[in-house]
Design a protein around this ligand. Structure first.
Ligand code: UDX
Length: 437
């Protein structure tokens, strides 16, 4: 069965979800309050860098199954299912999540809901949000009790968003009624065989927070081992490799280095902890404070390594920063470890030249005070140190021979442990990394 559905909020999650649902054969109306964004999406212009998504967007538009609007009344008239894909960033005044976009969307949609429908939350939220929004919908919607709510968290990774949505490893349905479960099973039926976990609202909300907390913990765990390796003159890359053969541990998310950033993991672990505090379960998640601290210490450590390499002060030193996106294959710079390091070095008097294959425009807007280059080699020209901070393939493939004629001094920090230390040292470079001697 194909549905008429809306996708409210056209950020990373919303655009991907809308385009993928149209690809599955549903009739999809995407809604955003940003008229310019809606116009551009309607013209097939993708505002983010995401593999395979532009093609899906254009295919959806051409098929007539995908459209965009700014009009909540139109959305309410059109959809039998309404997906909420609003952002829930960190609050400006503290660690908790800011759910105001979600609240505003529900407040705008509800008064137009005059017939039975299912509203489905996909955003990452503090546990208890679904119950609160369900009450609000019941109160504000003319259809009252006939407006049902489900929570269906999204686990997509940037850079793999289309694949993660069309071939998810699991679907989690937090529902209160059999009808909501049936509807969502039908919506996702075209995906084929996928494990489905059916549960209540609160558990579904918590699954997402718990998954991201686990992933962040795994990264900080290996980065904590990196700190110990540095103190003990050991090698965290070999250590992680040895751990990975134990399939109870597994090798994924054990890449030691500059740590995690992005629009999800950092703010999600803070929001999760803040919510547990509110619920009186703060002690259970106090370890996430350490996970966060270990992660941020890696950034400080890279700044320190670079300062040592250039003789103790950044004044009058040129520093090439390779990477601005929070991870490769993305142009997302939200809480980017690379830019955090670049900004810290700039603030300490270093002349920074940042290069990134996709995120330069975003970086320039957010950090206009930094210097930028249009290629890795241009960034390296005259540099007293080269810092590899986001592991784009083109950086991992750099060779000493490429950079040697350009740099002012052969100093390198491999912030993601992707280069071969022996090769760079043999070529006369001072090679430093996180967690390797
Ligand atoms: C994450 C979750 O993976 C995804 O399931 C959730 O829906 C949203 O948050 P994403 O933010 O796209 O996805 O990035 P992810 O691939 O998880 O990487 C997060 C950060 O961790 C990046 O900065 C990456 O560089 C870093 N990382 C990842 C490491 O430092 N080491 C690793 O081993 C893995």
């Amino acid at each position: 069965m194909r549905y008429r559905m809306t996708v409210i909020g056209t950020g990373y999650l919303g655009i991907t979800h809308a385009a993928c649902m149209a690809e599955l054969g549903h009739q999809v109306l995407g809604l955003d309050i940003d008229a310019d964004r809606v116009r551009r999406l309607g013209d097939g212009e993708l505002p983010i860098h995401e593999e395979g998504l532009a093609e899906l967007l254009r295919r959806g538009l051409a098929s007539g199954r995908l459209r965009f609007t700014t009009d909540y009344r139109e959305a309410a008239d059109f959809g039998d299912v309404h997906f909420l894909c609003l952002g829930t960033p960190q609050r400006k005044d503290g660690p908790a999540a800011d759910v105001s976009q979600l609240d505003a969307a529900v407040d705008a949609l509800a008064p137009h809901l005059t017939r039975p429908c299912l509203v489905v939350g996909k955003s990452t939220v503090p546990v208890g949000t679904a119950a609160r929004l369900a009450d609000r919908l019941r109160t504000l919607a003319p259809a009252g009790e006939d407006v049902d709510l489900a929570w269906n968290p999204e686990f997509l990774r940037e850079g793999h968003a289309v694949r993660d949505t069309l071939a998810p490893d699991r679907v989690v349905l937090g529902v209160r009624t059999d009808r909501a479960e049936r509807t969502l099973r039908e919506v996702y039926a075209p995906l084929g065989e996928v494990p489905v976990v059916v549960t209540d609202h609160a558990t579904a909300e918590l699954v997402k927070a718990a998954a991201n907390a686990f992933l962040a913990t795994k990264i900080s765990y290996i980065n904590a081992m990196a700190e110990v390796c540095e103190a003990a003159d050991a090698d965290v890359v070999r250590l992680a490799e040895a751990l990975s053969y134990d399939d109870r541990i597994g090798g994924r998310f054990l890449r030691a280095g500059l740590g995690f950033g992005g629009g999800c993991l950092p703010k999600d672990i803070r929001a999760f902890r803040a919510r547990a505090d509110e619920l009186g379960a703060g002690r259970a998640l106090s370890f996430l404070g350490d996970v966060d601290a270990i992660n941020l210490r890696r950034r400080a450590r890279v700044v320190e390594l670079a300062r040592e390499l250039v003789g103790g002060s950044f004044e009058g030193r040129r520093i090439a920063v390779l990477g601005a996106a929070f991870k490769p294959d993305s142009d997302d710079i939200r809480d980017s470890p690379a830019l955090d390091v670049a900004a810290a070095i700039g603030a300490r008097g270093g002349a920074v030249a940042v290069y990134d294959p996709a995120a330069l425009d975003n970086a320039r807007k957010a950090y206009p005070e930094l210097g930028y280059a249009t290629s890795a080699t241009e960034a390296a020209r005259g540099a007293h140190a080269v810092l590899l901070l986001t592991e784009w393939r083109e950086f991992a493939e750099l060779t000493p021979g490429r950079l040697e004629p350009l740099v002012a001094a052969r100093n390198l920090v491999d912030g993601r442990n992707v280069l071969d230390p022996a090769g760079w040292r043999a070529a006369g470079w001072n090679y430093r990394s996180l967690g390797r001697r």
